[in-house]
Design a protein around this ligand. Structure first.
Ligand SMILES: Cc1cc2nc3c(=O)[nH]c(=O)nc-3n(C[C@H](O)[C@H](O)[C@H](O)COP(=O)(O)OP(=O)(O)OC[C@H]3O[C@@H](n4cnc5c(N)ncnc54)[C@H](O)[C@@H]3O)c2cc1C
Ligand code: SF4
Length: 494
């Protein structure tokens, strides 16, 4: 334990943020680094608990709490407090191939389960993790470590998101020859084309991918398996296949007027924006612009927040985010949502601050149900009709009632639908004759990851449905272990 009384002496402090009114003028990382001394003080707040609930990930009430990677949090927090950064970096890499991705974009379920969080703000675990890995890169401590010898076994990984990247890193480490197929032009999956540039800059993904390339992993971009590369060829050319294609088929919004021009799905908006930004600094015009438009984002989750932050940078005229749920309390409900559950509370995320700085108020409208979209004579969206709703639960069943007299009409030139995802795309899975669950995800048991097809494994969002980076890395590591066992008859991978 670093400092026995640290948690009593020091207040929680997170990595800073750049001034919202300034950062909305660029696409750079919205955060601001913290100095070493301040990070060390945050490390001192960790109590090095006998049972560190922060590092045990599980689902409680359907929400992840604790770290699914079983990160050695108390160990690296203590090492940071003592200034032993290089040693802390080793510990951070021990359970996580990419601590920079989680250190930046993880919603930190570890902090939700931190013991200190029972009566004080929890340890700033994510801030410490990010500082450790940034120091590692700054000092050149993170170097490619190719395997000493090769096994002669060839593995194909379909999809280069965090699941595919983690699986590739682990399998390469034990000497298998790994090829990652990616249909997009850049590697990274949703790390690249989902999470926007100001939250997770592409150069951070690229920096890690370059290391993986130097370690011997091959990447075939612009190659869709099942279309550009036949499945028969994958089966013939490789000894095992891992499906890590994600789950980005959006949930349909079945509302009148949904096919009007100007009504788009969030992923189209975000993907096109990042591609155009990286290709041409938005000069090629190949993206959906929010400039000078009345924008409505439907969906109160993180994808919706990413849409807010993107639309603000386009210089939209007005911006509203509909959340179907009522506004939550800023404090955890000790009865309905006690520690160590992940706190389901009202949060003010980066996009909300940015919208408020530009438009003068928080952009959210709560308990709002969209009834229909109405267009003009040219078939372009003109307005959104809504009604407020009340949600209650009866015997665990959610009942939503419309509140008479709360009908409202909102002017709109662009509607961005961010109401979640249905599951993975089906074409490749059908070609491979892989069995699916009723919700369209791939049937492969957690911990085993085998599909019904010999030598074909599946992990990450494609198996579990749209989730988190931390679960993707966890499943990527585990599927690598099972694949190695399949290829070699035994495995040393964790
Ligand atoms: C907008 C958005 C923001 C998010 N923000 C966060 C966040 O801040 N923090 C967090 O923890 N999680 C976040 N998530 C969730 C997180 O990004 C995902 O859970 C995670 O990326 C899943 O990883 P994956 O590797 O399983 O799939 P993906 O990241 O979806 O990668 C799958 C890849 O497979 C490729 N592919 C699919 N089929 C084929 C094929 N046939 N041939 C070749 N390639 C193929 C796809 O092009 C894609 O690149 C966000 C999700 C979205 C949509
Ligand atoms: S639960 Fe919190 S205080 Fe305890 S070891 Fe984990 S980070 Fe430290």
């Amino acid at each position: 334990m670093g400092k026995r009384t640290g948690f009593m002496e020091y207040k929680r402090k997170d990595r800073g943020e750049r001034e919202p009114s300034v950062r909305v003028r660029d696409w750079e990382d919205y955060t601001a680094p913290m100095n070493d001394k301040d990070v060390q003080i945050q490390g001192a707040r960790c109590m090095s608990c006998g049972v560190p609930t922060c590092h045990i990930g599980m689902e409680l009430n359907g929400v992840t709490t604790g770290c699914p990677l079983n990160h050695l949090i108390p160990e690296w927090a203590d090492l940071v407090y003592k200034g032993q950064w290089k040693e802390a970096l080793k510990r951070a890499h021990n359970k996580n191939n990419f601590p920079e991705f989680t250190g930046i974009a993880c919603p930190a379920p570890c902090e939700g389960a931190c013991v200190l969080g029972i009566n004080e703000p929890p340890v700033a675990i994510r801030t410490i993790e990010r500082a450790i890995v940034e120091k590692g890169f700054e000092n050149g401590w993170i170097k490619p470590t190719p395997p000493i010898s090769r096994t002669g076994k060839r593995v194909a990984i379909v999809g280069s998101g965090p699941t595919g990247l983690a699986a590739a890193a682990q399998l390469n480490k034990v000497g298998h020859s790994v090829t990652v197929f990616e249909r997009d032009d850049r590697v990274g999956g949703l790390l690249t084309y989902g999470i926007p540039e100001m939250k997770l800059p592409y150069h951070i993904v690229e920096r890690r991918v370059n290391l993986l390339k130097q370690e011997g992993i091959k990447f075939k971009t612009n190659t869709e398996v099942g279309l550009d590369y036949p499945v028969e060829k994958v089966s013939a050319d490789y000894d095992a296949v891992i499906l890590a294609g994600g789950a980005t088929v959006h949930r349909e919004m079945e509302v009148e007027g949904g096919n009007l021009e100007g009504v788009c799905y969030a992923m189209d908006f975000l993907h096109q924006n990042t591609k155009s930004l990286l290709d041409s600094d938005l000069t090629d015009g190949n993206y959906i612009s929010a400039e000078d438009k009345n924008v409505i984002v439907i969906g109160g989750g993180d994808t919706g927040t990413d849409c807010l932050a993107t639309a603000i940078r386009h210089n939209c005229k007005s911006l509203v985010q509909f959340d179907i749920y009522e506004k939550k309390s800023t404090k955890r409900n000790e009865h309905g949502n006690p520690w160590p559950q992940y706190p389901i509370i009202h949060r003010i995320e980066y996009g909300h601050k940015e919208a408020a700085s530009k438009l003068g108020k928080d952009p959210r409208a709560f308990a709002v149900l969209t009834k229909k979209f109405v267009g003009d004579e040219q078939g372009h969206i003109k307005e959104v009709h809504t009604v407020n709703v009340r949600t209650r639960y009866e015997q665990g069943k959610r009942i939503r009632e419309e509140i008479p007299g709360t009908e409202k009409i909102w002017p709109a030139d662009l509607v961005l639908i961010a109401i979640g995802f249905q599951g993975p795309e089906q074409a490749l899975l059908s070609q491979l004759r892989v069995e699916r669950n009723v919700n369209s995800t791939v049937k492969a048991t957690y911990g085993d990851y085998r599909t019904n097809v010999e030598g074909v494994f599946c992990a990450g969002d494609m198996r579990r449905g749209q989730s988190l980076i931390v679960w993707a890395i966890h499943e990527g590591r585990e599927v690598a272990r099972e694949c190695d066992r399949y290829l070699m008859g035994e495995t040393d991978l964790p």
